[in-house]
Design a protein around this ligand. Structure first.
Ligand code: PLP
Length: 455
């Protein structure tokens, strides 16, 4: 590696402010400096090879080297590196991508707006709902409901919608229009003797209670991931989506499916909405849209919303929203290439095939004394760590058991993510069976290492 590791680490400590990081730890210990990647592996400045069990941040679907994506970016940079999409201007790649994405999305999406991140896609959705409700003569319909522990981004609105207390603390958030309903974690929160089906009905009843307490006429939408990633790889319990959607229909409340993580194959279908029979009014996607080779997100919706936008645009003289890099030509070119690759290698078929081994080997860890529950679909699996699986007694939070597993896994050459004492395991979608064996062996070894400390 042609770089001075000591010097860049010192620069990073002195000048680079890290998002979502413990700042004291960074000041004292510095970063893990990742220098390059290949396939499902990343390499750090000490020359260590680490298998990526978290796909970067759930985004590196095709692994860390792909000449076709790199060439698509370079071709576009050499042809038209930038073009605004403001002021009725366009370029061929973004027009093609809008048609392609809406054509492959579930539930009749017809329109796509482009941004650079998942946060911006969700933030745009909130603005569009407010805008459309004004056109409809319902300006008071502004509240958006998310879920406790849900995650939808970091703008002021999307972080308010996210149910993450550590992201609200000290920022004076959430904003008052954002409400949160129950986290459907069956294992943790079911009442003794309650079936999954009954638990889901209770979650839906709580949701309805919140809607009634707030006033249904004030609620614009419910935003939810098909399966929760930010709260720790949490699969919906049986009947959950059926019951929640019945409540939404009853009060005519719109549903945005946040497919930022689930989209493009993660759950063994192209969309998480397909996996759980979800019929969204709007869809946000990002991350694997470009296989993470370029920052790009899309918000999709239907003609009814577009008609309301048209009405306001006619009245005001323009649709007053947009980002400089909306519909960036390089992002569009990379996304089109990624979608071609997904089709050509039958990525969804591959995920379905290898997920059998992946889930089998994950479930085999359910017997481990640290593990209380394993739940997954496709290449997306969550592990609940508990002191006592039967009584659901958690570990003392001071022990930081999840973080311990994460650190031991790193020492064993596997990058995993702990969210409290829930482990999230979601490798790149191109992972093969041999690599799955290596990853799960390392995970199991990290559990053993941790057990040796906490037993
Ligand atoms: N929605 C979900 C479900 C996410 O997991 C994330 C990020 O991890 C976002 C939205 C925000 O996306 P971004 O970080 O690109 O702004």
């Amino acid at each position: 590696m042609n770089f001075d590791a000591k010097r860049t680490i010192a620069q990073d400590i002195a000048h680079h402010v890290h998002p979502q990081s413990n700042l004291r730890q960074h000041a004292e210990h510095g970063p893990t400096m990742i220098t390059h990647g290949k396939g499902v592996y990343i390499y750090d400045s000490e020359g260590r090879e680490i298998m990526d069990g978290f796909s970067g941040l759930g985004c590196v679907s095709l692994g860390y080297n792909n000449e076709r994506l790199a060439n698509a970016a370079m071709r576009q940079m050499n042809t038209l590196p930038f073009a605004p999409t403001f002021y009725n201007r366009s370029h061929p790649k973004i027009a093609e991508l809008g048609a392609r994405l809406t054509g492959m999305a579930p539930n009749g999406m017809t329109r796509a707006m482009f941004q650079c991140s998942g946060s911006e896609a969700n933030d745009t959705a909130i603005k569009l709902l407010w805008y459309a409700n004004t056109a409809r003569g319902e300006p008071e319909r502004r509240k958006i409901i998310g879920r406790h522990r849900g995650y939808h981004g970091n703008t002021i609105a999307t972080v308010s919608l996210s149910g993450q207390p550590h992201m609200h603390a000290k920022f004076g958030l959430p904003l008052p229009e954002f409400k949160h309903t129950e986290l459907p974690n069956y294992y943790r929160f079911h009442i003794d003797g309650e079936s999954e089906r009954e638990f889901s009905a209770r979650m839906a009843a709580k949701f309805e209670e919140l809607i009634l307490a707030e006033g249904p006429e004030t609620i614009a939408a419910f935003f939810a991931e098909p399966a929760i990633s930010g709260g720790g790889a949490l699969m919906p319990p049986e009947g959950y989506w059926e019951d929640m959607q019945a409540v939404l229909r009853k009060y005519d409340i719109k549903l945005l499916a946040d497919e930022v993580v689930c989209g493009f194959g993660r759950t063994g279908n192209m969309w998480g909405s397909e996996t759980w029979g979800i019929k969204p009014d709007m869809i946000a996607c990002a991350k694997a849209l470009t296989a993470a080779f370029f920052p790009l997100s899309a918000l999709m919706f239907k003609d009814d919303l577009y008609a309301d936008m048209m009405k306001n645009s006619d009245e005001v003289g323009t649709f007053g929203h947009g980002y400089t890099y909306a519909g960036h030509p390089v992002g569009a070119a990379v996304a089109l290439e990624a979608l071609d690759i997904y089709d050509e290698i039958d990525l969804v078929g591959h995920v379905r095939k290898v997920s059998k081994t992946f889930l089998e080997r994950c479930h085999a860890m359910a017997d481990h004394p640290l593990v209380a529950e394993v739940r997954g679909v496709g290449l997306f699996c969550g592990f609940e760590l508990m002191k006592d699986a039967k009584t659901r007694e958690p570990f003392d939070p001071k022990l930081k058991v999840g973080e311990m597993v994460q650190n031991f896994a790193h020492d064993r050459g596997l990058y995993l993510r702990a969210i409290g004492d829930r482990m999230s395991f979601m490798p790149p979608l191109i992972i093969n069976e041999d690599e799955i064996e290596i990853a799960t062996d390392r995970f199991k070894a990290a559990l053993d290492d941790t057990w040796a400390v906490v037993r």
